[in-house]
Design a protein. Sequence first.
Length: 150
Amino acid sequence: MTQLPHFGIETLRRPVQPADCDILGHMNVARYVDAVSDAMFSLMTRFGLSRIAMAEKRVGLVAAHLEADYRAELLSGDVMVMQSRVEHVGTKSARFAHRLYRVDTAALAFEASHVSVFFDLDARRAAPFPDDIRAALQDLLGTKGEADAA
């Protein structure tokens, strides 16, 4: 098997399903964004925002900006792996980067950068990162992580 580049922490690994594909026979654009969303939930657990923590604290992250580039097709049956990392930490927001590879060829299929904002679910507005979450995000800043899945 071809060695994958090491961009960040592995946050997603799964096969492309037939339902992920569109009439052109390749993975549909919406599924790439779904993969970023799924990868973020994996990454968020690393800096203290698990599903349980978000429910207990009534906070979360909301997407504010997304840039994406589609590099190579993914077809049904291809196994894909997402690697993610933290690129910038602000007072209320952070920028994350993701790369999605086809496992058998190590081809870069997709890359995205997005900004998410820390969100108070009761006030329904942006809020500053708590110190513990901010520190955990900063610990991950620019890290290439390890090869195992989060």
